[in-house]
Design a protein around this ligand. Structure first.
Ligand code: TYD
Length: 202
């Protein structure tokens, strides 16, 4: 049985983690087999990598390669086994985060990022990616204690957001959802889209 791979993306403070959890709860209520996971830090090794990433200053290429190492573990240990068991896998961030943050945000060449991804993704691609979109100003207002990457500032987050919107224009798996409304409203938009998508593609 083939599973379903759904990812949530967006800038810091967009509310994508809340939305990923709310979608998971809907599937739980429907008794559908679902696994919730996240990047960075979905595995024990990933948790250690996450600590370094969120605290230590480093070159953008090193930063990308650490996210990539975390991703490879996550794919091998969690995502692929769960999909092979027919589960719906919901990941709070995945490869598009690196393209948006390290590529568009920090200037790591996108070709290099794509090359590394080709070698670590084992052909894996999300079936559906929700981009929860908000303005960086709004996102930053919502955040309390900020980590190193979140402290990148408005210009950085603007580049990340633009990057996501560019990606969304390139592939039909992306759905951009306005994240400014109340969480329940945003969750309803996500669910409506998903239901339609599933009846068209199921
Ligand atoms: P975290 O607090 O774990 O998650 P979030 O803020 O999304 O709830 O922090 C993750 C940070 O790492 C966030 O600022 C985005 C950033 N990030 C990248 O820069 N590149 C990546 O590939 C990933 C997965 C995350």
């Amino acid at each position: 049985m083939k599973g379903l791979f759904i990812t949530f993306e967006g800038i810091d403070g967009s509310g994508k983690s809340t939305q990923a959890m709310l979608l998971k709860e809907r599937f739980n209520q429907l008794n559908r087999p679902v696994v919730f996971t996240k990047e960075p830090g979905g595995t024990p090794l990933g948790e250690k990598i996450r600590e370094i990433l969120l605290n230590d200053n480093m070159n953008p290429v090193s930063e990308f390669l650490l996210f990539a190492a975390d991703r490879k573990e996550h794919i091998k240990k969690i995502i692929i086994p769960s999909l092979s068991n027919g589960k719906i896998v919901i990941s709070d961030r995945f490869a598009d985060s690196s393209v948006a943050y390290q590529g568009f945000g920090r200037g790591v060449p996108i070709d290099f990022i794509n090359f590394v991804h080709q070698n670590i993704l084992s052909g894996l691609k999300p079936d559906l990616t929700f981009i929860i979109d908000i303005l960086p100003e709004t996102g930053l207002e919502r955040l309390t204690g900020k980590d190193r990457i979140e402290r990148g500032g408005i210009d950085f987050l603007n580049r990340v957001r633009e990057g996501y919107l560019k990606l969304a224009g390139r592939d039909k798996r992306f759905v951009v959802i306005d994240g400014t409304a109340a969480p329940e409203k945003v969750a309803n938009s996500v669910w409506e889209f998903f239901s339609r998508w599933e009846s068209d593609n199921g």
